[in-house]
Design a protein around this ligand. Structure first.
Ligand SMILES: [Zn+2]
Length: 229
């Protein structure tokens, strides 16, 4: 990977085994990536980028605006959610790492971090804290429902997902839980764990699946409605 600049646009250029020039712009900062076939000349690359300059700018501006509207800055006073409850963020500066996160007085999320830590660093720290907390909360739920449902989960993981609350790999008996669930109520988390585990009994979201859900978690529909609102 190489960085090139064409008309004040910074491009992350990668030469690889592709047929065409592929250009993309990525959040959150509008990074521009371009992959080109191995034998593409510098002039061709330059011309191509210039021809797409206004398209690139348009996309970069869109990400910039998104950043201004409603995105966290990780400064004291900001509201953040944990298990369905609103907490106020306290940023406390420390001289020496390690940085850490803790709940204080059931009202605050304290982040201890170096003053110069970037927004990305703060965001990542909080995210990893959410992940750690979920990884403590999920195993007892799995255990509880394995007994009730008479299934077994081999493995679980937590990851950020854009479009789903969880997934289940039936063959490997592995479930993935969306990191965002750390912000939702414990009943939402349990509902998703149960939902994914029901997939070990039924692959599709059919009547049989719903009958299992009705039996195990009779109020699942109202939890689902809350979660998706
Ligand atoms: Zn499902």
């Amino acid at each position: 990977m190489k960085k090139i600049i064409v008309k004040d646009i910074e491009i992350h250029l990668r030469r690889k085994k592709v047929k065409n020039l592929n250009l993309s712009v990525h959040p959150p900062r509008g990074e521009v990536r371009l992959s080109v076939p191995y034998n593409t000349s510098d002039d061709t690359i330059r011309e191509f980028v210039l021809s797409k300059a206004s398209w690139i700018k348009k996309h970069q501006d869109r990400f910039k605006n998104q950043e201004i509207v409603g995105v966290n800055k990780y400064i004291s006073g900001e509201s953040h959610y944990f298990l369905g409850k609103k907490y106020i963020l306290n940023i406390i500066y420390i001289d020496k790492n390690p940085a850490k996160v803790e709940i204080k007085d059931d009202a605050y999320i304290n982040i201890y971090i170096k003053k110069e830590a970037s927004i990305e660093k703060r965001a990542k720290l909080l995210k990893e804290w959410y992940r750690k907390e979920l990884k403590l909360l999920i195993p007892p739920l799995i255990k509880k429902w394995e007994k009730i449902m008479k299934v077994s989960v081999n493995e679980f993981g937590v990851k950020q997902m854009k479009t789903r609350w969880g997934t289940c790999n039936i063959r490997d008996k592995r479930i993935w839980i969306n990191l965002e669930l750390a912000k939702k109520t414990p009943e939402c988390l349990e509902y998703i764990v149960v939902h994914e585990m029901v997939h070990l009994l039924e692959r599709d979201h059919n009547d049989k699946f719903k009958a299992h859900m009705d039996k195990f978690l009779p109020n699942w529909r109202s939890i689902q409605a809350k979660l998706n609102s």
